[in-house]
Design a protein around this ligand. Structure first.
Ligand SMILES: *[C@@H]1O[C@H](CO)[C@@H](O)[C@H](O)[C@H]1NC(C)=O
Ligand SMILES: *[C@@H]1O[C@H](CO)[C@@H](O)[C@H](O)[C@H]1NC(C)=O
Ligand SMILES: *[C@@H]1O[C@H](CO)[C@@H](O)[C@H](O)[C@H]1NC(C)=O
Ligand SMILES: *[C@@H]1O[C@H](CO)[C@@H](O)[C@H](O)[C@H]1NC(C)=O
Ligand SMILES: *[C@@H]1O[C@H](CO)[C@@H](O)[C@H](O)[C@H]1NC(C)=O
Length: 306
């Protein structure tokens, strides 16, 4: 025969039909310390089972909450009663949030405290060598804002926020080098790689300087050298190599007008001779499409020699 004992008020065979013949019940209601003792059950064959009952009033200490933010819901201070602790948003429970009054008369854990949620501090070396902290607040709702060293730009959002779970809202951004695309080489011109600092797969690092030169009679129009800037663009558009007729010089005893460093195709020059001198009739050099003059430099001749 198996025996099950429950709390005491009543001793007898179990009531349920299927248990009635083998289960004996001991129930104790409204137990008092006097109910303590050893209870033994014996079958007709002499098999016994004993139960030691110790009845005592269990009271855990009243819970007093002194922490600033901590709130508690206390079920009671009797055996098995619980106390549930909570912290406000932005704080986390440090310790056990759920205490139970134990048979020993002690709560199962110490009263916890509320600690502010803090994300891992980002002070100290950052995982990216070119990454720099602009702003750093690792409490809940605070943010960390980043920038990159000169010549680098951020890849990804520039900041992260400290979330309720104590994690930053995402991975830290990366710094990637700023690069300029290869510049356009002017037609009839070429690059002089005087200083192609950090050129990488056809792209140029910030600060790279490139210089252009024109071939043959072509003249450079625009900036002869350009620099890759922090924006990832060149400081100026690349120059053009234009067909130009060179300056002819001056005839003796005269001048060519207009005077320019170089002439565009179609430009026409006039000779003005000093008093007493004269140029051949219709001597007007014209700049041609191939960069050459229609006639060579005219002369101014002394009247008396004509
Ligand atoms: C949590 O509480 C323990 C014990 O009171 C304390 O030593 C520890 O510093 C606390 N932790 C935090 C993160 O405040
Ligand atoms: C608290 O702990 C008790 C005992 O472990 C458990 O029965 C109860 O469900 C818990 N309550 C909460 C809200 O976690
Ligand atoms: C950090 O961020 C929190 C949440 O936004 C804010 O309440 C707190 O004032 C900030 N602390 C500092 C030092 O700026
Ligand atoms: C914080 O992030 C780590 C790493 O991604 C993850 O393992 C952990 O579960 C997160 N913590 C919480 C409270 O979400
Ligand atoms: C022009 O030539 C004549 C004769 O050769 C000379 O006398 C005269 O000085 C010259 N005039 C000038 C301006 O050179």
């Amino acid at each position: 025969m198996m025996m099950f004992f429950f709390l005491f008020v009543w001793i007898g065979w179990a009531i349920a039909a299927e248990e009635r013949d083998w289960k004996y019940r001991l129930s104790v209601y409204y137990a008092k310390p006097q109910d303590s003792g050893t209870f033994t059950c014996a079958t007709p064959r002499g098999i016994t089972n004993s139960l030691v009952l110790h009845v005592a009033a269990v009271h855990c200490e009243p819970i007093s909450v002194s922490g600033m933010h901590l709130t508690v819901r206390i079920e009671g201070t009797r055996l098995g009663h619980t106390a549930l602790f909570q912290c406000p948003v932005g704080f986390r429970v440090n310790g056990t949030a759920n205490l139970t009054c134990q048979a020993s008369g002690k709560w199962s854990s110490r009263v916890p405290t509320c600690e502010p949620v803090l994300c891992p501090s980002l002070d100290g070396p950052l995982p990216e060598p070119h990454l720099m902290l602009e702003e750093h607040n690792s409490t809940y709702g605070g943010r960390a804002v980043f920038s990159c060293a000169w010549g680098y730009k951020l890849q990804g959002p520039p900041g992260v926020e400290c979330e309720l779970n104590g994690n930053w809202s995402g991975p830290l951004p990366k710094c990637v080098p700023i690069q300029c695309p290869p510049p356009i080489i002017p037609f009839n011109g070429h690059l002089i790689h005087s200083e192609s600092a950090g050129m990488d797969g056809g792209r140029y690092a910030v600060g790279s300087l490139v210089q252009f030169a024109c071939r043959g009679s072509h003249m450079l129009e625009g900036e002869a050298s350009i620099i890759c800037t922090e924006t990832g663009y060149w400081s100026h558009p690349p120059p053009f190599c234009k067909t130009r007729c060179p300056y002819m010089g001056e005839p003796e005893n005269g001048a060519m007008v207009p005077t320019k460093f170089a002439y565009e195709p179609g430009d026409e020059l006039q000779v003005t001779c000093n008093p007493g001198f004269e140029s051949p009739l219709g001597a007007r050099p014209k700049c041609q499409q191939d960069g050459s003059w229609t006639i060579p430099l005219p002369h101014c001749t002394n009247y008396s020699q004509i």
